[in-house]
Design a protein around this ligand. Structure first.
Ligand SMILES: N[C@@H](CCC(=O)N[C@@H](CS)C(=O)NCC(=O)O)C(=O)O
Length: 352
């Protein structure tokens, strides 16, 4: 099985997870905290950054390379990169634009917000990392903050510049979509859409992300306001919808009967379109249920759920947030059982 070295909350790592899961390529994720990730990345054959995918053919240390690798193992009609060179060049141009622009500015902006919230940051940052790494980050927090500020070149005033850059990129995406096209490069979902949705997650914090992200209800007011602005923006709405509709999508692993090279949307019939609509509706409802389940997770319950989410998810194939929702539902049921039991005992006592 291939190995994916990650920082769990990293949006470049989310790109890789998304592409691998979409192509139904089994992988083992090895999660690390910031700074220690460099040792893991180098030992895996990569450089200083994650994701690194360790494959039988060698290590891939750029998220785009990982998407391409996964795509090469996907039937032609479901690929994220079009076959025609000019169309492919356009998709690649957008992917690189988001990788080098939005990916970096959005990340630094959210780090500036979250570094001021150590408890919240650590709770979400350390999901599924080795316990000693989580502890090291907690104990060495002041040092880690200094390291992060230096690495990310955080200086006074940069927050406003980053936020302006994020909105410029959102406006650019909204303009592309303004002509009514379904996706960034036309009618077909592709690598540019996946890349934009994954990288905008730093400000949109979609609930369907590969690991749980802090939702507005638990964020400080000015960060929640930033997320609200991002979600209300047409590009943010597009990113959120892409997560709902596409993040759990898997593509067929075999060539379709007839094996035509034309694109899937061109060939889907009315009944397939209807079943895809029904699937989207099911996905949307599942996401709502998942969010609801997780609302019971506060304080030590949140920590307990975070501790079991990864091992259970690896054994059962459920997503992390689904496991967390189940744990939340269990805590809720136990609390209900306790309250009903107490009420019954009180009633019996008053009758006696
Ligand atoms: N161009 C790279 C960028 C990856 C990247 O910046 N990863 C971040 C995680 S979000 C990282 O490893 N940062 C830590 C560091 O640079 O030491 C890619 O697309 O894979």
């Amino acid at each position: 099985m291939v190995r994916l070295v990650t920082i769990p909350i990293s949006h470049y790592c989310e790109k890789a997870r998304w592409a691998l899961e979409r192509a139904r390529i089994p992988y083992r994720e090895e999660r690390h905290v910031q700074a220690i990730h460099r040792i893991a990345a180098r030992r895996a054959g990569g450089g200083a950054t994650v994701p690194v995918l360790v494959t039988p053919d060698g290590a891939l240390s750029e998220s785009e390379e990982i998407i391409v690798w996964a795509d090469q193992r996907t039937p032609q009609e479901s690929r994220l990169f079009p076959a025609a060179p000019s169309e492919r060049a356009e998709v690649e141009r957008l992917c690189r634009r988001f990788d080098t622009g939005l990916g970096r500015t959005g990340r630094r902006l959210m780090y500036i917000h979250m570094l001021a919230q150590p408890k919240l940051m650590l709770r979400f940052n350390n999901q599924g990392v080795p316990p000693w790494e989580g502890l090291a980050l907690r104990v060495g927090w002041p040092l880690a903050v200094r390291w992060a500020r230096r690495e990310l070149a955080i200086r006074p005033g940069i927050e406003a510049e980053d936020e302006a850059a994020v909105w410029r990129e959102f406006d650019f995406v909204a303009e592309l979509l303004a002509d009514g096209r379904k996706h960034l490069c036309g009618e077909r979902f592709g690598a540019a859409d996946l890349t934009f949705a994954a990288l905008s997650a730093s400000v949109v914090v979609p609930p369907g992300y590969g690991v749980a992200l802090p939702q507005p209800a638990v964020l400080p007011a000015h960060t929640a306001a930033l997320v609200a602005r991002a979600r209300e923006h047409p590009a943010g709405r597009y990113a959120l919808a892409t997560f709902v509709e596409r993040r759990r999508e898997t593509v067929a692993c075999r060539e379709p009967p007839g094996g035509s090279a034309s694109s899937a949307p061109d060939r889907v019939g009315r009944s397939e379109r209807a079943s895809s609509k029904a699937k989207q509706e099911r996905d949307r409802r599942r996401m709502k249920a998942t969010e609801l389940g997780q609302t019971a997770l506060v304080g030590w319950r949140e920590k307990a759920a975070a501790g079991v989410a990864r091992p259970v998810s690896e054994r059962t194939g459920l997503a992390d947030e689904q496991v967390r929702a189940l744990v939340g539902a269990l805590f809720f049921a136990l609390a209900l059982y306790y309250v009903i039991g107490t009420l019954r005992r009180a009633l019996t006592a008053t009758r006696a």
